[in-house]
Ligand binder design. Structure first.
Ligand code: HEM
Length: 131
């Protein structure tokens, strides 16, 4: 039971590291959309047919959303999930947003988790052998 508890904590921490890595270094530069109708967002008029590109890295480093240390690598900011890490959860978009969000996002988390866990297991084994 204790081992299960330890592994769960390690997996949660690895997930936080992956989330923070995707925040600071998002592989997708933009999330793109086309306006299907004329839109008005605040004072901004967006005509039908306009291509909109949301710069992911800018959204992920905005200090208004992420706080004054938005450029610092700090996986701990995700300790309470995405909603706890920032003021506006929809500003965390490494896999896009809405109905067309990335179909492989869960697979990605699983693969990253798996390869990081294997890496740490091998590193720990080597460290123990050299003791
Ligand atoms: C780190 C790896 C990946 C990143 C950062 C990523 C990111 C993204 C982003 C930003 C989008 C656009 C979402 C949007 O417009 O809202 C997208 C779409 C998509 N991704 Fe990924 N992706 C990754 C890996 C994968 C993998 C491994 C698969 C499949 C196994 C996959 C399948 C798809 C598909 C099918 C779409 C189109 C979804 C749609 O338009 O309905 N992605 N991805």
């Amino acid at each position: 039971m204790e081992a299960y508890y330890t592994i769960t904590i390690i997996l949660v921490q690895i997930t936080m590291v992956i989330q923070e890595t995707l925040r600071l270094y998002p592989p997708a530069a933009f999330v793109a959309r086309e306006a299907l109708n004329d839109l008005k967002i605040g004072s901004l008029n967006i005509p039908k047919g306009t291509n909109i590109r949301i710069p992911v890295a800018l959204a992920h480093r905005d200090p208004v959303v992420w706080g004054p240390n938005s450029d610092r690598f700090d996986p701990g900011r995700f300790a309470n999930g995405i909603a706890g890490a920032c003021k506006a959860p929809h500003m965390y978009i490494p896999f896009g947003v809405g109905a067309r969000t990335c179909a492989g996002s869960r697979l990605c988390y699983h693969l990253c988790c798996q390869s990081l866990s294997l890496h740490f297991r091998q590193t720990t084994c080597i460290a123990q052998r050299s003791d």
